[in-house]
Design a protein around this ligand. Structure first.
Ligand SMILES: Cc1cc2nc3c(=O)[nH]c(=O)nc-3n(C[C@H](O)[C@H](O)[C@H](O)COP(=O)(O)OP(=O)(O)OC[C@H]3O[C@@H](n4cnc5c(N)ncnc54)[C@H](O)[C@@H]3O)c2cc1C
Length: 357
């Protein structure tokens, strides 16, 4: 089957869904494709694992229930400058396409699912993960970046009886954050009883994890491998391999246009931009690109993208957390921490997409 569309959006995460909703406000019709049938606020998935009852199914909503443009469920397997081939053999031809396929954790499906393509499957996947955790006596979280720290803290808070070990190959937790942020996060994790192991490089051998340096073994009931984020860009390889970096990120200019093409743009985690790989960056990028595409259509000037200042807000348990923000540095202000902790930003994200929550 062959379908034609003017503006194709590939991927309905924070960047793609924002873009679709913004373009719809200017009556620009779009077709959005995604391999799953639901949008998910990733900020809330770890709480779903640690304590499902807190946010339940609320971080997720079917595209069919809010998206203003057309939606097609399917996985993109090959892209050219004017067509997209889906895994079911359908080919979509387009005038312009925006790639917003984000990133995934091949080894950490609870964070962003690699298997659950329907809303029900995803809700069940997270419920099952939460039930399995409730039966565990010990867990190992490998990777003390923002996601690993948040997960370890959330589990330790919700399940004080579980022995939580957080391991990282670097000499600190949150190695890409400031020393102050690292210190505050370490203190809060330790207060929750998390056993932090730095300079550890655990690798799986059968059912056991062995540290490459010391030979120490860890055999936890559940191990979460919160490392190895991968850009979702395999569909570029057959026809557009010159447009991706060695790590798979899509090369773009300051207008988000894919380098060397006239009909393709890329935003969000998958784009090779200086911004941190965060929803907090993907949402404004989606808005900026929408404004540029509208301006272009009206013959007006477009605005060049400026990278977002580095920042982060990491809950540690349900009551505490640490934020790193420009000018102020590392802070633990209650109102700011509570702003995120109260609903993990589900309401904020949904409001931005025009969804009543
Ligand atoms: C557990 C967790 C917690 C996080 N917490 C925060 C936080 O607190 N604050 C923050 O700012 N950021 C946070 N992030 C990071 C944030 O989730 C990402 O930066 C964000 O998802 C990037 O948005 P995106 O739109 O670029 O891509 P994604 O959200 O990754 O969306 C990409 C979409 O494309 C689809 N897709 C991918 N490949 C294909 C294909 N071949 N065909 C069709 N569809 C495809 C996917 O199904 C997905 O819907 C967190 C991430 C995780 C995993």
């Amino acid at each position: 089957m062959n379908t034609t569309t003017h503006t194709l959006i590939i991927g309905g995460g924070f960047a793609g869904a924002t873009l679709a909703q913004e373009l719809a406000k200017s009556n620009i019709s779009t077709t959005l494709i995604d391999r799953k049938d639901y949008f998910e606020v990733t900020m809330a998935t770890l709480r779903n694992v640690a304590d499902f009852s807190k946010v339940k199914d609320t971080p997720r909503i079917r595209y069919a229930d809010f998206l203003s443009g057309e939606f097609i469920q399917g996985s993109l397997v090959e892209l050219t400058e004017n067509s997209a081939l889906l895994d079911n053999g359908e080919r979509l031809t387009f005038q312009q396409a925006i790639i917003a396929t984000g990133s995934s954790y091949p080894s950490f499906s609870v964070a962003k699912s690699n298997h659950a393509f329907t809303l029900n499957e995803r809700n069940e996947e997270l419920k099952d993960a939460s039930l399995a955790l409730a039966k565990a006596k010990s867990v190992l979280v490998i990777g003390a970046g923002a996601v690993g720290v948040e997960l370890a803290g959330d589990i330790a808070y919700s399940h004080p009886n579980i022995k939580v070990t957080l391991a990282d190959s670097s000499s600190t937790v949150l190695s890409s954050y400031s020393e102050n942020t690292q210190r505050k996060a370490t203190k809060q994790l330790q207060a929750l009883g998390v056993n932090i192991q730095t300079n550890r490089y655990y690798q799986q051998q059968d059912k056991v994890y062995i540290d490459k340096h010391t030979g120490d073994q860890l055999n936890a009931d559940i191990t979460y491998v919160a490392v190895g984020v991968k850009a979702n860009s395999d569909f570029m390889k057959p026809q557009l391999s010159q447009c991706i970096t060695e790590q798979g990120f899509i090369k773009v200019d300051a207008d988000f246009q894919v380098t060397g093409t006239t009909s393709l743009w890329a935003v969000g985690d998958v784009a090779d931009l200086q911004d941190l790989k965060l929803a907090a960056a993907a949402i404004p990028q989606g808005k900026e690109l929408a404004a540029n595409l509208i301006a272009k259509q009206q013959g007006k000037k477009t605005k060049a993208h400026k990278p977002m200042p580095e920042m982060g807000l990491i809950p540690i348990g349900q009551k505490k957390g640490v934020a790193q923000i420009p000018i102020f540095g590392a802070v633990t202000w209650k109102p700011l921490i509570n702003f995120k902790n109260k609903d993990l930003l589900i309401g904020y994200v949904f409001k931005g997409l025009g969804i009543k929550h």
